[in-house]
Write a protein that binds this ligand. Structure first.
Ligand code: HEC
Length: 151
């Protein structure tokens, strides 16, 4: 069961991000936001390598992602605000990307052997950088709810 490991990583990353958002002196704020920019950049590169072929170079997904195919599979959904990745908290998303989709017929691969949890969280940070404030807030609250429910 990988869930506790995922939680530890999510909590650690949240702590880093919380520090980064806090009010420090100017130099530390600059350094911290630089760190987030680096994480977003890393996430974007990983996304381009491992995810873009299905979810779209611009996170746009498949145009017909809501309608199931004849065999019951779905086409890749968008990862921008028009999709619903932002409805889920980090623990759920890390688990889904690491272990693959819970849908039995899904083509969504499991990336647990390819990507570390930190790399998956970097991809999520890249997604967040493309979402508006509203979706980012919603998703952060979902993450907090999931962490409380699991602790
Ligand atoms: C071979 C195609 C394919 C690749 C490659 C792929 N996905 Fe997916 N992904 C899908 C499909 C199809 C779904 C739709 C749900 C299902 O079939 O289970 C999905 C669903 C998802 C979801 C759930 C979305 C939601 O709205 O709940 C997330 C998050 C996701 N993918 C992230 C990723 C990330 C991150 C990568 C790269 C590391 C990736 N996917 C690579 C095909 C792919």
């Amino acid at each position: 069961m990988t869930r506790p490991r995922i939680l530890v990583t999510v909590v650690a990353v949240l702590a880093v991000l919380a520090t980064a958002c806090g009010n420090g002196d100017n130099s530390s704020v600059e350094l911290a936001s630089g760190d987030i920019a680096t994480v977003v950049e890393e996430g974007a590169a990983l996304y381009a390598t491992y995810c873009a072929a299905c979810h779209g170079a611009n996170l746009e997904g498949h145009p017909d992602w809501r309608t199931p195919n004849a065999d019951g599979t779905y086409n890749p959904p968008p990862q921008d605000v028009t999709g619903h990745t932002w409805h889920h908290g980090d623990p759920t998303l890390v688990q889904l990307i690491s272990e693959g989709s819970p849908f039995r017929e899904s083509v969504m691969p499991a990336f647990g052997d390819t990507l570390t949890d930190e790399q998956i969280l970097a991809i999520l940070e890249f997604f967040r950088s493309n979402w508006a404030e509203q979706e980012r807030t919603f998703q952060q609250q979902a993450t907090e709810r999931e962490l409380v429910a699991d602790s």
